[in-house]
Design a protein around this ligand. Structure first.
Ligand code: HXC
Ligand code: NAP
Length: 282
C-alpha cells in the first residue's frame, strides 16, 4: 500500500522493538527503506530479532539494550544513536501490563508498569525532543497507547494510568512543540495477538473468545495493520496530523459505549421479528 521508499533516509527508534508490535513495525519500516534502531531490556531477544530483521534487504537495523525506566540509560542510548546521526522519529512502544485486582497491587507493581509506560515514554521523548529543539531539526513522536486510556479500565489500572498520561503528553507537546517542527501522535490499538500482551491480558481461550465476540468485526487486529498505520503516521505523508490519537480497534470501543449495541448478540431473528409492528417496512 506504500511506495517502497516511503521511509528512505528516515532514522527511527522503536522502544520494545524486539518483540510483538514493535518488531512488526521494525520489519515494515525496514521494508520501506528506514534505518531502524530497536531497544529493550533482554539482550538475547534483541539480538535474535535484529538477526531476523537484518534479512530484510531494504534499510538497516541496530539493536541497543536499554531499560527505558532509567533516564540515564536512555540518555546514553540516544547519545550513542546521535553519534551515528540524528533520529527523525521515535516510536514509544515499550510497555508493561498484567491483569490484577487493584487491591492486590503493591506500590512496586504500580511503579513497574507506570515506570515503563509513562516514565519510559517521557525519558525517550525528552531526550530526543531536547536535541531536535536545540538543533532546529524536525522530529516525529508516535506513542503506542491503548483504547482504555480515555475511559480507564478495571483490572489493568497501572497501565490505564500510564497510557492516559502518555495521551496527555502527546496532546500537550503537539501544541507546545508543533511550531518548532515536532509532531506528536499516538495509536490506540485494540487487541492484536502478540505473545507479550495475550499471555498477560487475555491468558485463557474463553477470554480471547469473549474479546472476539464483542468486536463488531469479529476478529482481532493484525500486526501488519498496526505497522502500516504507524508507517503512515511517521511518514511525511501525514505531515499535517499532529496531536491525534488514532484508535484502531475494529469499532470495539464504540460497541462498548452504545447503549443498545449488545442487543446484536442478545436478540435473535425471532426476537427482532416480534419487536416489529405488523406492517412491513416500505
Ligand atoms: C500482581 C504483579 C503481577 C500480577 C507482577 N506483579 N505481576 N502483581 N499481579 N500478575 C508485581 C510483582 O509482584 C512486583 O511487586 C512488581 O509487580 C514488579 O514485578 P517484577 O516482575 O519485579 O517487575 P519487572 O521484572 O520489571 O517486570 C515488569 C512487568 C512484566 C510489567 C511486571 O510483566 C514485564 O516485564 N512486562 C513487559 C511486557 C508486557 O507487559 N507486555 C504486555 C503489553 S500489553 P512486588 O511488590 O512483589 O515486588 C499492553 C496492552 C494490552 O500493554 C491491551 C490489550 C487489549
Ligand atoms: P510485547 O511484545 O510484550 O512488547 C513490549 C516490549 O516492551 C517488549 O519488547 C519488552 O522487551 C519491551 N519493554 C518492556 N519494558 C521495557 C523497559 N523497561 N525498557 C525497554 N523495553 C521494555 O507486547 P506488544 O503487544 O507488542 O505491545 C506493544 C505495545 O502495544 C505496548 O505499548 C502495548 O501497551 C501496546 N498495545 C498492545 C496491544 C495488543 O493487543 N498487543 C493492545 C493495545 C496496546 P523486554 O522485556 O526485553 O524489555
Amino acid at each position: 500500500m506504500f511506495q517502497s521508499d516511503l521511509l528512505a533516509l528516515k532514522r527511527i527508534l522503536i522502544t520494545g522493538g524486539g518483540t510483538g508490535l514493535g518488531k512488526g513495525m521494525a520489519e515494515r519500516f525496514l521494508e520501506l527503506g528506514a534505518t531502524v534502531y530497536i531497544c529493550g531490556r533482554r539482550q538475547d531477544v534483541l539480538k535474535q530479532a535484529a538477526a531476523e530483521l537484518a534479512l530484510i534487504s531494504h534499510g538497516s537495523i541496530s539493536a541497543l539494550p536499554c531499560d527505558v525506566r532509567e533516564r540515564a540509560a536512555v540518555g546514553d542510548m540516544i547519545e550513542n544513536i546521535w553519534r551515528e546521526g540524528p533520529l527523525d522519529a521515535v516510536v514509544n512502544n515499550a510497555a508493561g501490563n498484567f491483569l490484577a485486582r487493584t487491591e492486590d497491587l503493591s506500590s512496586h507493581a504500580f511503579e513497574a508498569v507506570i515506570g515503563i509506560v509513562l516514565m519510559g515514554t517521557l525519558h525517550v521523548t525528552m531526550a530526543c525532543g531536547r536535541r531536535w529543539l536545540a538543533e532546529s531539526r524536525p522530529g516525529t513522536v508516535l506513542n503506542i497507547s491503548a483504547t482504555y486510556a480515555p475511559t480507564g479500565s478495571a483490572y489493568v489500572v497501572p497501565s490505564a494510568i500510564g497510557k492516559a498520561g502518555v495521551e496527555a503528553l502527546t496532546r500537550s507537546l503537539a501544541v507546545e512543540w508543533g511550531n518548532r517542527g515536532i509532531r506528536m501522535n499516538a495509536i490506540a490499538p485494540g487487541p492484536i495477538p502478540t505473545q507479550g500482551a495475550f499471555s498477560r491480558v487475555l491468558p485463557r481461550p474463553d477470554l480471547e473468545q469473549a474479546a472476539i465476540e464483542r468486536n463488531p468485526l469479529r476478529r482481532f487486529g493484525t500486526v501488519r495493520e498496526l505497522a502500516n498505520l504507524a508507517a503512515f503516521l511517521i511518514s511525511d505523508g501525514s505531515a499535517y496530523i499532529n496531536g491525534e490519537v488514532v484508535r484502531m480497534d475494529g469499532g470495539e470501543s464504540l460497541q462498548g459505549a452504545g447503549e443498545f449495541s449488545a442487543l446484536g448478540r442478545l436478540l435473535k431473528e425471532e426476537d427482532w421479528r416480534a419487536l416489529r409492528p405488523n406492517k412491513q417496512p416500505s
